[in-house]
Design a protein around this ligand. Structure first.
Ligand SMILES: [Zn+2]
Length: 293
């Protein structure tokens, strides 16, 4: 029988930012605590700092899922992996780390230990060498994790071209679900896989001012990402119990507070703009909390 705490289904936004190296929004990364498992989806800049703010040691993490290989989604990985191995309160990892991701994941996980060869050689004298091992699995659309009632499945999204395989994820547990869009423009496949999910965490982009005048840049952004107006259409069709924006890509003078009014043109349901360390409990209700409140 599961402990009561194993009924947990909580999504915490570790980082809601994008490439800009700002302090208030770290790189994209999301913690999903579900049943007895703790997964990290994407490992942007600062993921380990945010995890440490939650006082969750990296030893407690079941594994890492990557949506795609843009660097802002993976530059925090080495920090999680290596700093999360050493035997301090934030680390203490003793078992190999499982990493799921698109094509390129195996190559990355094979080469990272080579890049950090000297550190691993030295620290292996002090810490269990199993804790620094990486086990990579490349994903295709479908079920990728299924244990103790926790199911994680992936679906293809459209991040602007076949040269960049990109996925969203859906987590199901005890009749509840959360969907993470990954990076995508408006995408029918996402809508299909997210239908009536409890929580939809979706990326968003907006441009204003000078950036809006740069037609070439706007065109590129529009083919890779989702505008608030498009996201509104997605939310209407998915009808989640709660939609939350993350991975805010704001160009020019665009501001986070403009995202809701822009979305409201098309969608009037439950919607929040995510912030770092916002957590969302999925239970009888779908309830968001600010960090420390
Ligand atoms: Zn991307």
């Amino acid at each position: 029988m599961l402990e009561p705490s194993q009924d947990l289904f909580r999504v915490t936004l570790l980082g809601t930012g994008a490439p800009p190296p700002v302090l208030d929004r770290f790189g994209p990364s999301t913690l999903v605590e579900v049943g007895a498992e703790k997964f990290i989806f994407d490992a942007g800049r600062g993921a380990l700092q945010r995890l440490h703010q939650l006082q969750i040691p990296f030893s407690n993490i079941t594994g890492v899922f990557l949506t795609h290989h843009h660097s802002d989604h993976v530059v925090g990985f080495t920090d999680l992996w290596l700093t999360g191995w050493i035997g301090r309160p934030w680390g203490k990892r003793e078992v190999p780390l499982k990493v799921w991701g698109p094509e390129g994941t195996k190559q990355m996980m094979e080469h990272l230990p080579k890049a950090f060869f000297v550190d691993i050689r030295v620290r292996s004298k002090s810490y269990p060498s199993n804790g620094v091992k990486l086990e990579a699995e490349e994903i295709k659309e479908g079920l990728v994790y299924d244990k103790d009632g926790v199911k994680v499945s992936t679906f293809e999204v459209d991040h602007g071209g076949e040269e960049l395989p990109a996925f969203g994820y859906r987590v199901d547990y005890r009749g509840r679900s959360a969907v993470l869009s990954g990076d995508t423009t408006f995408n029918e496949n996402l809508i299909r896989h997210a239908k009536e999910t409890d929580l939809l965490v979706h990326e968003v982009t907006a441009a204003a001012g000078n950036a809006a005048e740069n037609a070439a840049q706007l065109k590129r952004i529009a083919s890779n990402h989702t505008t608030p107006e498009q996201a509104g259409d997605v939310f209407v069709r998915v009808a989640p119990r709660l939609a939350v924006y993350n991975h805010l890509l704001l160009f020019g003078g665009a501001r986070a507070e403009d995202l809701l009014p822009a979305t409201r043109k098309n969608y009037s349901g439950p919607l929040l703009v995510g912030e770092d360390l916002m957590s969302i409990e999925i239970g009888e209700t779908v309830q968001a909390h600010h960090f420390g409140k």
